[in-house]
Write a protein that binds this ligand. Structure first.
Ligand code: SF4
Ligand code: SF4
Length: 263
């Protein structure tokens, strides 16, 4: 039926729009209008730019919108984008990267003081769980140090989920292994920390959560609890249910990440 007044035309247009299927352009608009409390505008603008280029690429490849939503919700999008930024940083000629003391079997950074082990996404939690499932009931990192990550091999001190290790493990770097050892024992030595790409990853994931409000839930998880569940023999579903964070954990991680990066 043709609308008879301009007000009716506007109502019909609104209704039609409301019933239209979600598009990637809608997601891009939601990302653009997302706001993260207490996070510097420049950090948010940078993360939005990265996330927008992901959405443009998805659109140019005609990726189904449900797949894009799934990647944003699971954290696969944040993981992939954070990884790309990290790779760029690692190519740059910086002292921090090129003089890093990190080596296989050096595992003081895998001592998770406080027990949390850092925030990971559903995508990472699932990958970590699946990689550790075959190690169910074997000695784990906690047989070397009571606060070590359960993914660690207690004898070789190598990560048993290396290819599936979360972004927080891939982003941690140090120019001084002794500082790491002291910090693992409660010290406050300088020289170890997270690459800047980690903040991009966190803020991108938080923006995905904002953009998907009312569409789907976006959770975060504890790395240590995920690894413990996996080596303890829990199913992936039970592990994720037990290691799921309260909603404000992602906001806190973004704020802490920004403070550590000095922004
Ligand atoms: S971050 Fe520290 S403890 Fe971890 S591998 Fe590098 S030097 Fe070793
Ligand atoms: S997942 Fe692997 S790299 Fe990360 S803390 Fe655990 S043992 Fe270390």
């Amino acid at each position: 039926m043709k609308p008879t007044t301009s007000r009716a035309a506007r109502r019909l247009s609104k209704k039609t729009h409301k019933n239209a299927p979600l598009s990637i352009a809608d997601l891009a608009a939601k990302v653009e209008s997302a706001r993260l409390k207490d996070i510097d505008t420049s950090v948010q603008t940078r993360a939005k730019r990265i996330l927008s280029s992901y959405l443009q690429t998805a659109q140019s490849y005609a990726m189904p919108v449900k797949d894009v939503v799934a990647e944003m919700a699971s954290g696969q999008a944040a993981w992939r984008l954070g990884h790309a930024v990290r790779d760029e940083i690692k190519k740059a000629p910086s002292d921090v990267v090129h003089k890093a003391a990190c080596a296989e079997g050096c595992a003081f950074c895998c001592i998770l003081s406080g027990g949390e082990g850092g925030l990971i996404t559903a995508f990472e939690a699932t990958q970590l769980h699946d990689a550790l499932e075959p190690h169910h009931s074997k000695p784990d990192g906690r047989d070397w140090h009571p606060e070590a990550c359960p993914a660690l091999d207690p004898e070789t001190r190598k990560c048993r989920a290396y290819d599936a290790r979360p972004m927080i493990c891939r982003s941690f770097i140090s120019m001084n292994a002794e500082a790491c050892e002291k910090n693992a024992a409660g010290g406050k030595e300088q020289g170890a920390g997270l690459l800047g790409s980690h903040l991009d990853y966190l803020v991108i994931h938080a923006l995905c959560r904002q953009a998907l409000k009312g569409i789907t839930m976006v959770h975060s998880y504890s790395m240590a609890a995920t690894a413990a569940g996996a080596v303890g023999g829990d199913t992936a579903t039970d592990t994720l249910a037990k290691s799921r964070h309260k909603p404000n954990a992602l906001d806190i991680a973004c704020r802490d990440g920004a403070a550590a990066a000095g922004v």
